[in-house]
Design a protein around this ligand. Sequence first.
Ligand code: RAM
Length: 912
Amino acid sequence: MTRAVNSLLLHPYALQTEQRSEPLGIGERHPRLSWKLHSDRRGAAQSAYRITVAERAADLDDPTRLVWDGGRQESGVSLLVPWDGPTLKSALRYHWRVEVWDETGTTGGTAQSWFETGLLHQDDWSAVWVGRDPVSLPHFDPPQDDDPESSALQSPPLQLRRAFDVRSQPVRARLYATARGVYEPHLNGSRIGAAELSPGWTEYHRRLQYQTYDVTDLVTEGCNVLAAIVADGWWCGYIGFDPRRAAQHYGDGPAFLAQLVIDFADGSRQVVATDAAWTEQPGAIRAADLLMGQIVDARRHTPGWDAPTPGLTGFRPVAVLHTEHGPLVAEPDNPIRVTRDLPATAVHQQGPGRYIVDFGQNMVGRVQLTVRNAEPGQRIVLRHAEVLNDGELYLDNLRRARAADVYTTGGGDKEVFEPQFTFHGFRYVEVDHYPGELTAIDVTARVLHSDTPWTGHFECSDPTVNQLQSNIAWGQRGNFLAVPTDCPQRDERLGWLADAQIFAPTASRNADVSAFFARWMRDVVDGQDPDGAFRDVAPIVTLDREAAPAWGDAGVIIPWHLWRTYGDLRALDHSFEAMAAWVEHIRRHNPDLRWRNRTGNSYGDWLQVGVNTPRDLLATAYFARSTQIVAEAAEVLGRLDASAEYRTLHAAIRSAFIESYVHDDGTVEGGTQAGYLLALAFGLLPQRLVEAAIGHLSADIEKRNTTLTTGFVGTALLCPVLADHGRADLAYALLHQHEYPSWGHSIRHGATTIWERWDGWTSHSGFQSAAMNSFNHYSLGSVGDWLFGRVAGIDQTPGSVAYGELLLRPLPGGRLTWARAEQETARGRVACGWSLADGVITVTATVPPGATAVVEIPTVDSSSVQESSSPAASRPGVLGVQPTPAGATLRLASGHYTISAIAPELTSLAPQ
Ligand code: RAM
């Protein structure tokens, strides 16, 4: 963040174009512009802004050279401001500046940024798809034997090159490229960019993303070589739990499409595109597969293959595979990148040349291994595992994913192996047949994920709760990889819809996932059938039937969540028809409004513990929830007839729910925790029965020694519902619980990520069935939203969008003496924290410019509330103070505040 000198002025910062900072190669012709605001002055707000745009940064100061001058707009809007300038040209950089005025009309700061368009027209592309011909991918089951090199994997990636001459140093050069497969581009011996596993995974039948790279500094006068390696990836490698190669889903071999556009000072342009003049020869990588691993034989490396190297032999002409481009789109979100490196925390020698390395953290990515002074031809095998069993790797839960890399040495003083076309979920790696002695400095774990900007921080006085937050964050890192996956290690790694919708509120606390989810939602919508049914997974693999309750509902819940969190109205608008069609699909097949037909694989409260939440109850609750969201979305979008219609439908589903599943004593059919939670969270109980239902829910938890029975669906609702209905004590007791089943139980047994199931490992039965036992599955980490939202207290009022009206509700309780969180929201920085000491509660709050906050201060004496040591009501920025049964409510304008009051009375059920 750039802070200007006078922090009392209003300053724009963190400028974004289409929810990204300085994006290269956008596909939007009318991009939306956003900025965040900062000021240390209370009550600061934007009253007006002006956007100016030019092709060169220097021209922003010259009114005659502007591409667009939006003029002064009297408006407080700073989010996703629509483009009202001239139509954008292809492949051009635009610089833009925003100038703001505060609520008094005083000029604030200015800030500037840029974006660059990609190839906006299909006929901008002259490149054709090239690859190897004929492609003969073996179509057989993954080998069952133990040898990672067995023949099923022997289809070496493409290694492509093209030499060309450039007559003078260019002023600008861009590479536009993509692959059917995953690729790594090179120019003149250097790797281009830092993106990994591009182009990522989309519903390839509908959309393939191309990437844009600035290669101005890599192109030289004279002879140049553009090159690339292309491996199978999601296009034609193994994906999901289907024992077929993806060849049967998409295509039968990798291919490459690229266009290098070189601009010279005199205005002329040279284009080098993939065509029949390219050549190909397999190199050191003998095979690479996302699930199986990568096999490299360094003896087969061709020095200088990607540079102008005289005397290179063996490269043969490529085949032109297709001349039509297919559905190319510009990449709309950040690519996958290596975001950090983890050093080994321990290296254990298990036998001659065999080591197990511990990285101290379950993570997703790959290992970089250094080998020194090896003879050529030494075959080193790396196997990856999340956990150990009796000191050895536990591999059974990987199912058919082999997750093994093989490196055959080429010889020399120092060789560095790092597989770039695979990824593994692991904390431990076994290095076998390592020549010499392996030490920690020779092995590093490289963390890979879709590079969503990290925006949230939560911390409290309890180390176990902090570990829980860390486990949640690591689960998010590892599983936000191209698509939101369920797990990163076994032969699955699919974009499961329920997992994503359950975790989205937590994910958007930790990171800015706006562009990531907006992109993935297109795959969800593309997966919808003509009857309106979404699928369980997106992109679709294998599970091609109507989605289950709580799974398909992601198609409704996520666009709504993106609107609420980021103010993305366009995404909501684009999704609306699909959202309504899903509700109509359920209604059509369930005229009595109990969702019992067309429930797909009806997973219920998946992985609940020892109970059976009635599936039709869960389904009908979700039918009601989705219908309610569609009604609210319709209202936001100004579709008032539709809104009224869905409100009526919602009321009717609610009545059907009450009639079928709610009894007069406040019990809910099935009597499970999840049943009560769904009814309470989704407002499906008559008001008169709410208290009784909370009583039944609490009694069930208490009779189980304060443990939960909930699965994926119920767990997300557990702590929020209890805390919102007067049982914060119980919510905290569950948070602090360390007996099975609980979050604390997994942490006590060494978890550094969220487990798929509460009983992934227990002292009474050891490992759960290896058939389904991931140790890195974010769904049960959905409590993260509550850590930020209630434990620290950052939330927004029900009618608020993008944190425009904050609801700060610190909730002291359990064993905690303090907690705090901060989030870089779309509007600016929000923070809330509390601490208890000497009978006083102190709450700190940061409200960004233009926003307001309702702050609930828990205290036994509402008259004791002070702000910065003076009576709160008299302080600048404090718009009102209201006593409440639980303390006092303050209304605040923007700014930083320190509020204190006599501490509330607390009862704690927390196990010590
Ligand atoms: C499992 C997945 C996923 C879940 C489905 C129902 O195989 O891991 O998390 O959504 O089943």
